[in-house]
Design a protein around this ligand. Structure first.
Ligand SMILES: [Zn+2]
Length: 236
């Protein structure tokens, strides 16, 4: 029985059929994302090209290295979609800070680490990528996915954008934000810092509840980036 369970685990490792984003989708994504991001950042003066690889780590994590590393745990998380993967990849590109800042208003203040990257991801990166992609163009969010976006923000996407394509991209970027934050929320690392009981799940319709609530600040920053508003800066 034990051997059988181990074999099953091994086969999952080799071909993680439980993955929400498959290896095939990941490979297509990498090709289209690098196709988008390299000319986009080169035009802004980036001195390097970016590539992405998958690493077998089961945590919800990604690393700004050369190439950028995305953990298998990101693809496997129940909340993951290709759109959310794009937001993760965009966040990592944002770790090239001097380059990312070329896309951002220079008056902006960031409260803590990763907010600049989150803001770059939602303000400057995911929307043009969703416009660029061919394989992942314009899928409609499912009803369940739409239900995760508060009505008020759905309406805001409609009033903020003039074309139907842009409204759809706005909704997809918001949904990707929720998905990424859910993955981070479940990330084991956070268990070391917070007790799950007093660490409320971040939600678009919840205000900042106090110090240490970093994921809520990150979710607000993603959302504000989508609408071109200032990132979250505190209180913290
Ligand atoms: Zn980061």
């Amino acid at each position: 029985m034990k051997v059988k369970a181990l074999l099953m685990l091994l086969s999952l490792w080799v071909n993680p059929s439980s993955a929400k984003v498959s290896i095939e989708e990941f490979n297509i994504f990498v090709s289209e994302f690098t196709n988008f991001i390299n000319p986009y950042t080169r035009d802004a003066g980036a001195s390097r090209t970016y590539n992405l690889i998958l690493i077998p780590d089961r945590n919800f994590s990604a690393w700004f290295r050369d190439p950028i590393e995305i953990s298998q745990g990101v693809l496997d998380h129940t909340s993951m979609t290709v759109d959310a993967l794009a937001l993760v990849a965009c966040h990592e590109i944002g770790h090239d800070v001097s380059m990312a800042k070329k896309f951002l208003p220079n008056t902006i203040v960031f409260g803590w680490n990763h907010l600049l990257q989150d803001y770059f991801a939602s303000y400057s990166c995911i929307k043009p990528f969703l416009k660029h992609t061919v394989s992942f163009r314009h899928p409609n969010l499912t009803k369940n996915q739409m239900d995760e976006i508060p009505l008020e923000l759905q309406t805001k996407c409609e009033t903020f954008n003039s074309s139907e394509v842009d409204v759809k991209i706005c909704l997809r970027a918001l949904h990707a934000s929720i998905s990424v934050i859910k993955g981070l929320y479940d990330h084991k690392l956070f268990r070391e810092e917070y007790s799950r009981n007093d660490f409320a799940a971040p939600a678009f319709d919840r205000e900042w509840i106090g110090p240490g609530d970093h994921l809520q600040g990150r979710l607000i920053t993603f959302k504000n980036g989508v609408f071109g508003e200032e990132p979250f800066t505190g209180p913290y």
